[in-house]
Design a protein. Sequence first.
Length: 482
Amino acid sequence: MRNLTLLTDFYELTMMQAYHHAEVTTGRKQTAVFDMFYRENPCGNGYAVVAGLAQVVDYINDLAFYDEDISYLRSTGVFGEEFLAYLKDFKFTGSINAVPEGTVVFPGEPLIQVIAPLMEAQLIETAILNIINHQSLIATKASRVCWAARGDRVLEIGLRRAQGPDAGLYGARAAMIGGCFGTSNVLAGQLFDVPVRGTQAHSWIMSFDSEIEAFRYYSQLYPKYCILLVDTYDTLKSGVPNAIRIFSEMRENGLETYGIRLDSGDLAYLSKRARKMLDDAGFPDAIISASNDLDEYLISELKSQGAQISQWGVGTHLITSKEYPAFGGVYKLASLQSDGGEWQNKIKLSEDPIKVTNPGIKKIFRLYDATSGKMKADLIALSEETLTNTADLTIFDPIATWKQMTLKAHEFTVRELLQPVFENGVCVHPPLTVPQICEYAKAERATLWDEHRRLVRPHIMPVDLSQKLFDLKKAMIEKSRS
């Protein structure tokens, strides 16, 4: 894996040099707390699925400026030798807390919390945003597509339409975390230990003198997984009848996974007709797979029309999140400490309420219904606060404060989301494997109510501030005004 140390915006380095100069000149050492969070759910969704932490861990572990990096930075004419000497010995020494990959998350919650010397915390901003924004976007899109499929298998097949190799590779990884059962991306299969699947292209069928000959040859090579593409010439008059002939020939040797793929035409109509033909021929277990520019809305509509499709190949709309191409995560200063003294909380103000940040060092409490195990609300609190279910808890919307919810003692459970990943520059919680993350993510999505998973106008999960954090934020806003 290539080193990503210079995968940063130029101004991160110019700010680092300025911080370094100030530290050398004044002797003042500053430690910062930055929160990485997002402001709005992508795709009009009711939630997001966080992904990309494993790559962030690799990035932090590999942070180092090599001789060629120093030479390049020197060639810009912007950086002095004293600062370049500092970079030559650079190592990340801070701490990072993060929400585990695959967790269902909501706007305003710190997904990653960096506590580090200011220069170090500043450097890693761009890469963290690049990694988490992209993979969380695709994981969230995949979760929508899989929800629309209502238990059917969804295969990620978008590599050729992805915005480059990295987007295709890590997008496939994120799609698996979002709920896909496999990918067409072979490199993703190798690197992340996830299932790879594929059928054949129209060119395969067309390279033979007849469709039946192409089917027969393919079935002989791949008798254990034989999905035949039936729409090259005429789906119902040629493709499906020829597939049935091949399945009849294969039956003598035992059938395992077999079926057809539709890649054009009216998928609802064709799948219903094909299903009847397959059933009448004695192949009720034959899979009907479909592709052709699918997304969650089309899948949902096809299912409402009774389409007999049990496996969906989703490419362009998934791997690019075509309708909503950016996650919108940000990285904001929350607290600052000089020379080991007291923490000074920081807040960014704006005419737009959604852009006013939450100050201080924070934690996230997730509240669940004790009976169903479903999510009730999230509470963002200050790091020194604790929360148990031994007393009634009243929480309120931080904007519309009249909106309140009281949770009775012992009728809810509490879980803290932010977990240590790095402590003093050392990784203390190595990432799980992708299959392990996928299992965790599946359990996470199961804690959502159906109302929060609707594709259109979903119910919004309450994400409230503790009274102590609310009061701190209010006081800092009022102080700034005065």
